[in-house]
Design a protein around this ligand. Structure first.
Ligand code: NOJ
Length: 760
């Protein structure tokens, strides 16, 4: 049999047939025999080695890592993006006892060499082809650097902007997040993992990382099972259904049990209910953290808890190698449990084609200059996605777009910052290749002399903030000049200009892992700068660069126009200029609600109605409300203006639906303004009466339409039975007969409604 398998494998590999199509049962059998055979030759130590993901750094020098690889103690490497080093590592892996190749991982979160907008920005496009473009280019660049796997997409639902990692996700909504996540998985992994351009995805952080209490990083989460299955778990499931071959586990505890040690989550839900057959990777150092969580007494115990729960691979941890063999010998875990985890890893490597081509895409001689060369970048794609990510929040008297012959004062601490515009998680990008807003504006106008610039203010005068930002090397410079002098300089150039554009917000390091905030307003220094600009009487355009919803009532009132640009990546400056000067008509929509104040958090559109919906009379007394704040956010989910206007009306194909039927929603859209523009038509649903309270509205579809001035078009959606399902009072996933409201609009506040009944 073995001989037959070997000959057949040889034939398949060299004929290029292997992995080309969905594996048939013979191919599956061949894979099984291959892996069984390999496992039978591996020692316990080597098996434990396959379950370890290591990065070079600190005491672990490259030389040390190479020796460990050759000894069979490491299964995968992450955080190295230098091809000659990767080649060297692979060479040593092929000298290990069973010659098992390594795989190479990296955080490719929003681009690799070319940096795209942060994920909150990518989600703001609400544009499936733009999202696909960002994912595809990222995978192409990463795989051509020899990488095989990324720790993305992050699909944690985020409703608390205090949490810095909202910047890495796709916002507050399960449907939008699922759609973006699905596209990332499909476009990164491609049809077959054996495709040389395929980058394996690891959907993260399973689960509920985005729901940390009080938005405080690494804090606990606690949530009803209904809310989990109805909302928070939906995007992970969507990514797994799209084929994501890896899952990264959340660092936090879920209903009292840390995710890394949570058998219910990792085995009962993920493996048994969802039939996930890929690799489960712990997050950085998460095994050891089980001791701090208080569910393991010591490192050995932590390894036992993690492997029993369903972790396959440990990330940057000595303990798996140290204790797994011992735990088997002591009978605390079985060898079968290790075999099972190891099989997941070997299957992944097999499907990636690494056994037949371990050096895929690796160039052992690639030099650093070529690696970072500008001509490797995908600037055009990055610019297009970036401008689609921009959200126009205000445009009084149609002050935007600007004419190109105006005298413009460009002001602010973020106007010329190359590092900040890349955003967090841009490790393989290079700031010197990024275009700042100032550069972009100068590139766009006919006469760059008409553009003046002043730094204006530090991001903050809080020394602690700078210490925090620059802890691991200076990323944010503090200008030591007196604050009033900097403001005076800005005022001077503002007075000579026709228009002031102020670039304010956050440093990229403020919207990252481990960067929770309790105050979401602009720092005092920036507020003073804006006040001074306003006082000049010049039209004021506020361009925000930030990684989370901020509280912006004051600035909203001061600005004549306001743009949310997030951190737009390598081509950010050019993209901003495209929008400012009307080369691109803004089309972005917010993927997260922007609160008026921190006290409103969490504020999200798809809340339940409550027994006492907010009243409009008698100050709303004895209805669900605050006496010092509106319930609604300053900017709602789905909101974003355009330089043109759109009118919409819609109809349903029927007012009744059978179980096997469907309703077609036809939306007529008219561009009533004078510019071409793109509108995102949003479809929301409300299940009016059910066995459990249902949200006031839930997004169930969206589509884009681009229309020339004064033209009309149509968008159609199909509502099917499955889209009406939810977790009922018995925790069954069903649709219940009754009345449904359908809403169509350009944001989540729409009241434009039609109704149909689902028949019994
Ligand atoms: C920790 C982060 O939580 C995770 O998102 C990331 O992928 C890993 N570190 C690896 O860098």
């Amino acid at each position: 049999m073995m001989k037959k398998v070997a000959i057949y494998l040889f034939f398949l590999i060299f004929s290029g047939h292997l992995f080309a199509q969905e594996p048939n049962s013979e191919v599956k059998e061949i894979k099984k025999v291959f892996i069984d055979n390999l496992l039978s030759k591996m020692t316990l130590q080597e098996k434990a080695g396959q379950l370890r993901l290591i990065s070079v750094g600190g005491d672990l020098t490259l030389d040390k890592v190479l020796d460990k690889i050759e000894a069979g103690e490491i299964g995968g490497i992450f955080n190295t993006v230098v091809e000659p080093d990767l080649s060297q590592m692979q060479e040593r892996a092929l000298k290990s006892p069973n010659k098992i190749p390594l795989f190479f991982g990296f955080d490719i979160i929003h681009g690799h060499r070319t940096i795209f907008p942060i994920n909150l920005g990518i989600a703001s496009t609400w544009d499936r082809s733009a999202i696909a473009k960002a994912a595809e280019v990222s995978a192409d660049e990463a795989t051509s650097d020899g990488l095989n796997i990324t720790w993305a997409p992050m699909v944690d639902i985020t409703r608390d902007p205090r949490w810095g990692r909202v910047s890495e996700g796709f916002g507050e909504d399960p449907y939008l997040t699922s759609e973006v996540g699905r596209i990332f998985v499909e476009k990164m992994q491609k049809q077959s993992l054996a495709d040389k351009k395929s980058l394996v995805t690891s959907v993260k952080h399973f689960a509920l990382y985005g729901a940390v209490e009080a938005g405080r990083e690494y804090n606990s989460t606690d949530m009803s099972e209904r809310k989990m299955f109805q909302e928070y778990l939906v995007p992970y499931k969507a990514a797994i259904d799209a084929g994501s071959r890896a899952v990264m586990v959340s660092l936090v505890s879920v209903n009292g049990i840390p995710a890394t040690g949570n058998h219910w989550l990792l085995t009962e839900v993920l493996r048994n209910q969802w039939h996930f057959d890929g690799v489960v990777v712990s997050d950085h150092g998460a095994i050891r953290e089980l001791i701090n969580h208080g569910v393991a007494s010591d490192p050995k115990d932590a390894v036992r808890v993690a492997i029993k729960a369903g972790i396959d691979i440990s990330m940057n941890d000595e303990y798996f190698l140290q204790f797994l063999p011992e735990l088997v010998e002591e009978g605390a875990i079985t060898e079968d449990e290790i075999n099972q985890a190891c099989r997941h890893v070997l299957e992944l490597k097999y499907d990636m084609g690494l056994f037949s081509d371990p050096n895929r895409n690796l160039d052992p001689k690639l030099d650093i200059d070529t690696m970072f060369a500008d001509n490797r970048l995908h600037r055009e794609e990055a610019r297009d996605v970036a401008r689609r990510s921009i959200v126009l929040l205000k445009n009084e008297n149609e002050i935007l777009p600007l004419a190109k012959n105006k005298k413009i004062a460009v002001i602010g601490p973020l106007a010329d910052s190359k590092r900040d515009i890349l955003g967090s998680w841009s490790g393989a990008g290079r700031a010197n290749l990024a275009v700042t807003p100032l550069e972009g504006i100068k590139n766009a106008v006919k006469n760059p002399e008409s553009i003046s610039y002043a730094f204006g203010a530090n991001l903050s005068d809080d020394e602690n903030l700078y210490r925090f930002l620059n802890l691991y090397g200076e990323t944010t410079k503090f200008d030591n000049r007196p604050a009033d002098k900097m403001i005076a300089e800005a005022v001077k150039i503002a007075k000579k200009a026709d228009i002031v554009i102020a670039f304010v917000g956050e440093a990229e390091g403020m919207a990252h892992e481990s960067s929770s905030r309790t105050d979401l307003s602009l720092q005092a220094t920036q507020k003073q700068l804006i006040k001074a600009m306003k006082k000049t009487g010049k039209p004021l355009i506020i361009v925000l660069m930030n990684g989370r919803p901020l509280t912006l009532s004051e600035e909203y009132a001061q600005a004549d126009a306001m743009l949310e640009t997030w951190f737009l990546g390598t081509e950010g400056g050019n993209a901003i200029a495209d929008v400012l000067f009307g080369n691109y008509n803004p089309s972005g929509k917010l993927p997260m609600s922007f609160p008026y104040n921190v006290g409103q958090i969490p504020v999200y559109y798809s809340h339940l109605n409550t027994g006492r919906p907010r009243g409009t009379e008698n100050m709303g007394k004895y209805t669900t409300s605050y006496f010092d704040s509106p319930n609604e956010p300053l900017f709602p989910f789905g909101f974003g203006l355009s330089y043109t206007n759109f009118a919409m009306d819609f109809s349903l194909s029927s007012t009744k639906m059978n179980r096997d039927g469907e309703i077609i929603v036809t939306v007529n859209v008219e561009n009533t303004g004078n510019r071409e523009g793109m509108q995102t038509v949003q479809l929301y649903l409300q299940d009016v009466t059910a066995s459990v309270s249902r949200p006031v509205k839930e997004l169930i579809g969206f589509d884009n339409i681009t229309l020339k001035p004064h033209t009309k078009g149509q968008v159609k959606f199909v509502i099917k039975y499955d889209m009406l399902k939810f977790w009922n009072n018995k925790m069954q996933y069903v649709a219940e007969p009754g009345k449904f409201n359908v809403y169509i609009g350009s944001d989540s506040t729409t009241q434009d409604k039609q109704t149909f009944t689902l028949l019994d």
